[in-house]
Design a protein around this ligand. Structure first.
Ligand code: ADP
Ligand code: TZD
Ligand code: MG
Length: 578
């Protein structure tokens, strides 16, 4: 206490005043927030300036949705809530899509939006950018709060942080009426009102009988399979994941953003034998993955005979259990604690997964890899997906620390199966909703949060959703190399309009566009690549220099297919069908 421990309340006031601006900045800093992603304007322009002056990194974007997507991915990468700051109504709504996306993906994020005064909003008297933002945010996120008084800023920020990261992580909306920022209170009282969140995401230990039940189910398996999801990547329990896989000797299938949790080249990886393992496995252990559309809801043709699969599921959210099919052994807890408990319970003498099964999976995987290999050497110009991605696959192999951002349709499906990942949390993509437009926000946050080089592999349509952020990338001089897979359109660039007018078909873009010139316009490096060698050279140069770069990669407009069909995740079935 600054007054030497006096208890008299009056003696503890300093006579100096603080205000809502400073209290909000101090509350964020006290809770280790370092970065804010946003777009300035009324009523938060000064707040952004003051936050920057106070040592926070404040990154200004060209559109709030991209700032929000950056905050969402920052949450995934760091296990701390990513912060997005917007103006009222339209800025708030632009950020809201990303907040809903973060919530859907179980990533912690806080959208802080300035708002109009309650008195005017509630009487609908027509304030500048008037909207009842709190009511609108509520159904689209995990929690939503509004702070009305300066003395509540500390507790409001604490609640937002804890809501975002505890249990199943998600998006939180924090409503900041403009006049809150200008409210004043005594500086010492203000400092005392701040709250440091202690143990924001407490470990959740599974019940011992739940562990025993799971062990019994695993022991009974003849053809066991582990499915690793992005919840396992988020948990940062990488050693526990490896210990569980290797102690059990069970083949594992990584979901898209769990690739690299163990290297895709690991002996027990079943990625390239996806169809076989889903169909034939008799016990499946879900680790931070949901039985949603990406896994055909755990039933149907893909899963073999009805009722032939028993599920063990590890998740921090109890309500996830039995969401699609019966879970024989639910394990509610955090992934690190649960996997450690399972591995300990297995002990040294636990029988490894049956050799016959492990060998069958490996044989299928090796055959599929061998079938795919020659397609990756295709040097044709214009490039097809396998040829172009074959070049990028080698680059990620040589630079396993680089972060790969990936969105598009064919560009996404092919890259996911062709590019092996070697380290955890290096693959960032469209997530549970399959959203186009997350690319530039993800690339910027990945560079800012990790300092590592970023390779963004983007369909030309996907890139267009957030392409203006190339200016942001140049402005902050971030080590981001964007490769636009330019096939003149969505899925294919060959559709024709049959209605007899001059309008182009709905899925095609201007032919032979030069996306590289967009990057050059802002001082970055723009390159056109017409074959895999040129592509590899340009990407390597960009990764070596760390300069913002955009490579316009010419892809044969006939090469793709109308996709987005997750049933074709098996790399070889995708490549060989063409
Ligand atoms: P994928 O798309 O990769 O299959 P999902 O997003 O569907 O992954 O599933 C992630 C799951 O992980 C969610 O059900 C979420 O509740 C869970 N989860 C997130 N963090 C943790 C954690 N620390 N411990 C346990 N489960 C977690
Ligand atoms: N809008 C949003 C926000 N998300 C979406 N997923 C879509 C629209 C629909 N959509 C897809 O599912 S993929 C895609 C769209 C518009 C673009 C695919 O074209 P691309 O990739 O150029 O990015 P390819 O390589 O040409 O297939
Ligand atoms: Mg395209």
């Amino acid at each position: 206490m600054a007054d030497g421990g006096k208890t008299n309340v009056e003696a503890e006031t300093s006579g100096n005043l603080t205000d809502g601006f400073h209290l909000l900045i101090d509350a964020l800093k006290l809770n280790d927030v370092e970065t804010i992603y946003g777009v300035p304007g009324i009523p938060i322009t000064d707040f952004g300036r003051m936050a920057q002056a106070a040592g926070l990194r404040v990154l200004s974007f060209r559109h709030e949705q991209n700032a929000g997507n950056a905050a969402a991915i920052a949450g995934f990468l760091t296990k701390k809530p990513g912060i997005c700051l917007t103006v009222s109504a339209p800025g708030f709504l632009n950020g809201l899509t990303a907040l809903a996306h973060a919530t859907t993906n179980c990533w912690p994020m806080i959208l802080i939006s300035g708002s109009s005064e309650r008195e005017i909003v509630d009487l609908m008297q027509g304030d500048y950018e008037e909207m009842d933002q709190l009511a609108i945010a509520k159904p689209l996120c995990k929690a939503a709060y509004r702070i009305l008084h300066a003395q509540d800023i500390g507790i409001g920020v604490a609640r937002a942080i804890r809501a975002a990261v505890s249990g199943r992580p998600g998006g939180v909306y924090l409503d900041i009426p403009g006049n809150l920022l200008g409210q004043v209170m005594d500086e010492v009282e203000g400092a005392k009102s701040l709250v440091k969140v202690i143990d924001a995401a407490p470990a959740q230990i599974p019940a011992p009988d739940a562990v025993d039940r799971a062990i019994d189910v695993i022991k009974s398996a003849k053809k066991p399979l582990i499915i690793l999801g992005k919840g396992a990547a988020y948990a940062q329990a990488d050693d526990a994941v490896r210990a569980f896989v290797e102690t059990s000797g069970i083949p594992y299938l990584p979901m898209s953003m769990a690739k690299g949790l163990l290297p895709d080249t690991h002996d027990l990886s079943a990625g390239p034998a996806r169809s076989l393992v889903l169909k034939e496995s008799d016990v499946v252990i879900m680790v931070g993955a949901r039985l949603n559309w990406l896994l055909s809801h755990g039933k149907g043709k893909q899963w073999g005979e009805p009722g032939s699969t028993k599920f063990v599921q590890i998740d921090i959210e109890p309500r996830e259990m039995d969401s699609n099919v019966e879970i024989a052994a639910p394990l509610v807890g955090d992934i690190g604690s649960v996997l450690t408990a399972l591995t300990d319970a297995m002990g040294k003498n636990f029988p490894k997964a049956p050799t016959e099964w492990v060998d069958a999976v490996k044989a299928k995987k090796d055959a599929n890899i061998a079938k795919m290999a020659p397609t990756l050497q295709n040097n044709a110009s214009p490039m097809n997906y396998a040829g172009a991605l074959g070049a990028l696959r080698t680059i990620i192999k040589e630079r396993p620390d680089a972060i790969l951002v990936n969105e598009g349709a064919n560009t996404l499906d092919f890259a996911r199966s062709i590019i092996d990942m070697y380290k955890p949390r290096k693959r960032l993509d469209v997530g549970t909703w399959g959203v186009m437009g997350v690319g530039m926000g993800s690339a910027i946050a990945a560079a800012v949060e990790t300092g590592l080089p970023v390779l963004a592999v983007e369909g030309d349509s996907a890139f267009g959703f957030s392409g203006m952020e190339v200016e942001t990338i140049c402005r902050y001089n971030l080590p981001v190399c964007i490769v636009v897979f330019n096939n003149n359109g969505i899925y294919r660039g060959t559709d024709v309009n049959t209605n007899g007018t001059d309008d182009p078909a709905t899925t095609v873009f201007v032919e032979n566009s030069r996306y590289d010139q967009m990057m050059a316009a802002f001082g970055g490096v723009g390159v056109q690549a017409e074959n895999p060698d040129e592509l590899a050279r340009a990407v390597n140069a960009a990764m070596d220099s760390g300069k913002p770069t955009l490579i316009n990669a010419i892809i044969d407009p006939k090469a793709g297919k109308e996709s987005g069909n997750i049933g074709s995740l098996n790399p070889v079935s995708v490549v060989s069908k063409k």
